[in-house]
Design a protein around this ligand. Structure first.
Ligand code: LIP
Length: 320
C-alpha cells in the first residue's frame, strides 16, 4: 500500500474525468436529438438515465483495469451499505446533478473521489458543459482549469475574506428528492431561520442569499473557489461528497458531519483534519469556505464560530 503513487492516481483520474465528460456530452446530444425521457428511481424527483449507467461502467472498467486491487463505490451500482476500506477506494458519481443533465442546465459533472487509509486524499470534478475542471491532491493544493483560463489556478481564487456573521454568507441548500412532510417541515424551518429578518422572524439570520444549484460536487467546488460560503445538505451520499470534500479541504475549507459529531469536533481541532469515514458515509454534511484572519480572530476560529451559529439555526433530520 505504501507504494501507491498518488500523483499518478490524480493524473489518471483527470484523464478519466475528461473521457467521462465527453461521454456525458455525447450522451446528452443523443438524448436531445432523440427526445429521450428520463427514468425515475425512488420517485419523480430522483432521476436516472442510460448515460449515468454507461458513464459509471466506463469509469469503473478503466479503474478496475488500472487498479485491480482497489475498491469501487459508484452511485449506480452501490447498495448504500458500503464502508470505506483501508486500501485505495474510488468513490464516484458518474453524473452528479442528473436532473440538471436531463434538463440541459449546465451544472452537472463527473465526480471522482479517492480514499486511501480511509481518508479522502484526491478529488476530481469535471463539468463538461462548463468545461470546468477542479482537482486536488492531499498536501498539494486544489486547482481549477477552465477553457478561458487553461493554466491551473490555485483555489480559493481570491484571498479569503473575513466572514463576520451569517449575514454576509451565501448559503447553498437543496430540496433533495425526499419530499415527505416531516422532511419538508424541517427544511422549511431551516430556510426560514436562515433567510429571516431577525426583526420579524425569531432566530432569523438574514443570510445574503440561498442557492440550490442541484449538484453537491459543484457546490463544494464553488466553496473551494470562494464563490459560495456555506453548504448544508442531509441525504446525499459519499459519491456526491467525496471528491468535493478532498478539493475543499485543500482550499482551506472544512466539512463537518451531524450536529452530534460536530459538537464533539468543535471542542478540539479534529475537524481541521481530513473527513473521517463516519462523516463521509454519514449523509449529513455542512461545509464552509476558507475564511481570512482578522486581528481579532483567526480564520479557523471564525469557521468554528459560524459552524456553531449555523447549527444553532437549522433543524436536523435523519435521511431515508
Ligand atoms: C444530487 C445531489 C444534490 C441533491 C440531489 C441529488 P445526483 O445528486 O448532488 O445535491 O440535492 O437530491 O442527490 O443524484 O444528481 O447524482
Amino acid at each position: 500500500m505504501s507504494e501507491l503513487n498518488l500523483q499518478e492516481v490524480l493524473d489518471f483520474a483527470i484523464d478519466l474525468a475528461k473521457k467521462a465528460g465527453k461521454a456525458i456530452s455525447d450522451g446528452q446530444a443523443k438524448r436531445f436529438t432523440e427526445g429521450t425521457a428520463a427514468e425515475t428511481k425512488k420517485n419523480s424527483a430522483d432521476l436516472l438515465t442510460e448515460v449515468d449507467q454507461a458513464t459509471e461502467k466506463l469509469v469503473k472498467e478503466a479503474i478496475t483495469a488500472k487498479y485491480p486491487d482497489h475498491a469501487f463505490i459508484g452511485e449506480e451500482s452501490a447498495q448504500g451499505s458500503e464502508s470505506v476500506p483501508e486500501g485505495g477506494c474510488w468513490i464516484v458519481d458518474p453524473i452528479d446533478g442528473t436532473t440538471n443533465f436531463v434538463h440541459g442546465f449546465p451544472y452537472c459533472c463527473i465526480s471522482i473521489g479517492f480514499t486511501y487509509k480511509k481518508e479522502p486524499v484526491m478529488g476530481v470534478i469535471y463539468a463538461p458543459f462548463l468545461d470546468h475542471l477542479y482537482y486536488a491532491l492531499q498536501g498539494h493544493g486544489a486547482y481549477l482549469v477552465t477553457a478561458q483560463a487553461p493554466e491551473p489556478r490555485r483555489l480559493p481564487l481570491a484571498k479569503p475574506t473575513p466572514l463576520p456573521s451569517m449575514r454576509q454568507a451565501v448559503v447553498a441548500m437543496e430540496w433533495g428528492s425526499d419530499r415527505r412532510s416531516e422532511i419538508l417541515e424541517a427544511k422549511l424551518q431551516s430556510f426560514r431561520r436562515l433567510c429571516g429578518d431577525p426583526e420579524d422572524v425569531e432566530g432569523g439570520k438574514m443570510v445574503q442569499g440561498i442557492r440550490s444549484i442541484g449538484s453537491a460536487a459543484l457546490v463544494s467546488a464553488s466553496i473551494a473557489a470562494g464563490s459560495i460560503d456555506v453548504y448544508y445538505e442531509i441525504g446525499t451520499w459519499s459519491w456526491d461528497q467525496c471528491a468535493g470534500t478532498a478539493i475543499l479541504r485543500e482550499a482551506g475549507g472544512v466539512t463537518v458531519g451531524s450536529k452530534a459529531w460536530t459538537s464533539k469536533a468543535l471542542a478540539s481541532d479534529s475537524m481541521f483534519g481530513t473527513v473521517p469515514p463516519e462523516v463521509l458515509m454519514g449523509r449529513k454534511y455542512l461545509s464552509i469556505r476558507a475564511i481570512g484572519d482578522t486581528p481579532q480572530e483567526s480564520g479557523r476560529a471564525a469557521q468554528k464560530r459560524l459552524i456553531k451559529e449555523f447549527y444553532d439555526a437549522v433543524v436536523e433530520f435523519d435521511p431515508k
